[in-house]
Design a protein around this ligand. Sequence first.
Ligand code: NOJ
Length: 575
Amino acid sequence: MTKDYIWWKDATIYQIWPASYKDSNNDGVGDIPGIISKLDYIKSLGADIIWLSPMYDSPQDDMGYDISNYNTIYPKYGTMEDMDNLISGCHKREIKLILDLVVNHTSSEHDWFKESKSSRDNSKRDWYVWKPARYDSEGKRHPPNNWKSFFSESAWEYDETTDEYYLHLFAKSQPDLNWENETTRNAIYEYALDFWFKKGIDGFRIDTAGLYSKDQSFADAPIVSPGEELQFCGNSVNNGPRIHEFHKEMFEKVTSKYDVMTVGEVGHCSREDTLKYVSAKEREMSMVFLFDLVSLGYSSTDRYQYDGFSLKDLKDAIVKQCNFIFGTDAWSTMFIENHDQARAVTRFGNTKTLDNTFKSAKLIALMQATLTGTLFIYQGQEIGMTNLPRSWDISEYKDIESNNAYQDLLKTHNISDPENDSRVKRFMDTLALVSRDHARSPVQWTADKHGGFSGTKPWMRVNDNYKEINVESQVGDPNSVFSFYQKCLVLRRQYKDLFVYGDISVLDYENPQLFSYVKQSGTSKAYVVLNFSGEPAKFESSVPGTLRLLNTNVDDFKDDSLSPWEGRVYLVEQL
Ligand code: NOJ
């Protein structure tokens, strides 16, 4: 493995979801001045880089992933002056700042799309993907192909004015840009990238980075849901024929001119295909997110077909992610939460009691901080924020994906009385486990009303447990989840050869309670043992050498067993 120390490899990246971070002006929505007021807190955690989710102007149909202007700020989040202050506030504290680059699609409210839609011969018509209808033998109009959008329903929307359909792989208010058009690409580079690099940002998280190039045949997607008119389009639109040409061009023309990092969101692809994006010699992007861990239990085409997972599945996923770069010149990521995932402590730990919540949140910290790749922490993870309560009904869920999936279910099964329907109940059980909303509720800063997030009713309900789980009660408490994260990050930095760059070998694949592994770099070794169960587990080291305890999430421990959700990290001193 390459050990060329680069700032973005060693870094811990802290993700901020602006709507829910901190509201400074009491309008119920988080904002940039709110973020600025918490920069010292973020620094004290030990983060090196902030990834700010979209803060651009947007109608907010998909929480800012529907951008109507790349060069202005969503007014509820603040002004361009606030953004400039955020950039300088970060840099003053030696924190770098990366933004979200959303250029597979824009909002339908973007001027580019408004022009494109205005007539078939508008100069920007070809900036988006327009296709004629298909007609059946009875003359009935159908979309150009059978693609189902990632947010349910057809990926094509009919436009009456010009009698054609436009493509939207996500919501219908998120039309896909046409990357085949060179003028469009150059406009994207200028407005979405270069404008911000010139302002001094330090890179981008690249949204849906594998989707830009569409096979120009626009053929039907293979049938994965027999009997249904619309089919999962992921396999047809990921890693299209020109995708690497586009990323190379974007890198050569813009990104390579600056000392910045990029991290791509690339899904549905083999290791071999993923490496093409991140191999250093390919000059496309610095790293990609690997989804093995966070997707555990999901069906590959639909997260709401959730089937659970075993500890062995978790071990396999982690090994796959850590070994992704083995023997290559590529780099990788380690994340367990983000704005599209439910809370890790609910999915992978145990939230039945507060003690368990805190202990298993620390176990997750211990694990994540010893694994290979650039480390990502999502806002609230550092205090053990949990999923929203199962008792909440669908009206509390604000995400377009959750709501569309719910409506889809009602429509598909003609359900008229959702409250008494067992399919809806099952769906709500799954939603309570995997919905994106869990990550999007306001950060719990204090035990005060609205969790100290805002002085007024927030745009989304604060999790009921804010009185027990909040920042104020944890900062300065040496036993808190927050303090534990601080410690884990210090150790990760101190032993970066082992934890950030080291190789992993799992010692107990078949053990249903324990996850033990060795991280190794040259002759240095660390031994990690984690009890991922609610029962005590027998423990006997099989690693030769003397074990020196480096970190643990308990005060007292027994030499021959681990208590429920206990974890330890040892340095292995050679005999
Ligand atoms: C991926 C983002 O992470 C997700 O939140 C968003 O809905 C889609 N891309 C569409 O931009």
